[in-house]
Design a protein around this ligand. Sequence first.
Ligand code: SAJ
Length: 437
Amino acid sequence: MKFQKICVIGLGYIGLPTASTFAAHGIKVLGVDVSQQIIDTLNQGEIHIQEPGLHEEVKKAAESGNFYAATQPAEADAFIIAVPTPFRHDELGEHNGVTYKLADMSAVISAAESIVPFLRRGNLVILESTSPPRTTADLIAPILARSGLLAGRDFHLAYSPERVLPGQIMRELIENARVIGGITPESAQAGRDLYATFVKGQIIQTDSTTAEMVKLMENTYRDVNIAIANEFSRLADKFGVDVWDAISIANLHPRVKILTPGPGVGGHCISVDPWFLVESAPDLTPLIYHARQVNDAQPHFVVETVQRALGTLNGKKIAALGLAYKPDVDDLRESPATEVVRLLQAEGAVVKAWEPFKPNANLAGIHMSPTLDDALQDAEALLLLVNHAEFKQLNPAAVAAKTKARIVVDAVNGWNDETWKKAGFDVHVLGIGKQHH
Ligand code: SAJ
C-alpha cells in the first residue's frame, strides 16, 4: 500500500515525533491536537515539549511544507491515533477486596470518533496509544463502524505500540523493532507498509490483541523488576547492607540483572500501564498489583530515610533537588519526587524544590526555587531526588559555601559520598543500612 497523506491525532511526546519523522521522509502529514495553542506553536515551527532533536525535525517538517497542524482531521490515506491513556482520577475499580486504577480511554474514544466522518474505503487506521487488551477489536472497530465501513473488510485497522524511551525518542523511533498487530493479516501488512517509510528496526506483524499485550508486558516487566530492586533497598536498610554494593555483586551472576532502586516509579507509562492488566483481569494479576503497590509506596521509604537523617521533619528546611520522573527529562508526570516533597511537607518540613529542566513548574502546593542557589540558601538538608547529569557534576565544596546545610540525603545514589563527606557533609544514601554510617 502507498501513502501520500497521513493524519496523526495527538501531538504529544509520541505523536509529534512520529508526525515530524513521517514528514521528514516525504509524506504529507496533518497533525491534529485539541489544543489551539499547541497548533499555533507548531505551525510557527516551534515546539511545546522538550526532546533532544525534536525541534530541528519539526522546524524542517514545517519549512518543507510536509507538515501542517490543525484542530480537526481531514481525509487521508492513513490515520494514526497517539493520544494519552492516563488513569482515571475520578473512580477506582474494585474486585474481591482489591482496588485498582482504571484506564481513562476518553481521549482514544474522541480521537476515533473524530476520524469517522473522514474514513474512506481502503484507508488504514493505527492505534498507538497504550491500551488494555482487546481495545482495538472491541472499542475502536465498533466506533469506526459508525462510518458504515467495516474494519478488516473495507479499511485496515491495526495496533502498533510506541516503544521509545523519552530522551532517546528520535533515534529509537527509527531504530527500535516495531510491532504491528492487525485486525486481519492484511491490516498488519498495510501497517508495515506505512512504518517501513522510516523504521530501520525489525517490523513484526501479528494480531492486534497480541500487540496490545506485548506493549503492556514490556512495561509491566520493567515495573516488577524495579519493584524488587526497591524492596531490596528496604531489606538492605534493615540488615545494615549497602544495597548498591549488593546489587553490583549480584549482577556479576551471568543470569541476574537487578535494576536500580530509587524514590519510586514515575512517568506516564510504567507507573500506569500495569494497571491496564490488573483492570482487565484482577484475579490473574496479584504479582503485578503488588509490584505497583511496592513502587507507589517507595516515596514513603525516602521520607523515612530523611526523617532518620534529620531526627525530626517538623519545621526542617529541605532543598529538594530534582522533580522530574527520571534523569535528564523535563517531564514531571506521576513523578515520585513530587510525591516525596508532598509527604515531607505533610510531616511539617518546609521544602524548596529546584528542577533545572522546569524551574517554573506549577505544581499545587510545591514551592519552586527559581535557581539552585535559592533552594540551597536557607536549607538545613539537601535531598537528591533525580540523578540529573547537572547534579552529578556539582562540586560539593562549592555547594558547601552556598548553604549552611551539612546533611545530604541521596535517594538515587547519584553522588560520590566520599567527596561530599570531605566537603563536610553527613551523607545518607537510600538503601544503605544504618550500621554503615
Ligand atoms: N526507574 C527506576 N529504576 C530503574 C529504571 C527506572 O527506579 O532501574 C524509574 C525511573 O526513574 C522512572 C521510571 O522508573 O521513574 C520509568 O523510567 P524508565 O526509564 O524505565 O521508562 P519510561 O517510562 O521513561 O519509558 C518506558 C520504556 N519502556 C521500557 O523500557 C520497557 C519505553 O521503552 C516505553 O516506550 C515507554 O515506557 C512507554 O511510553 O511506554
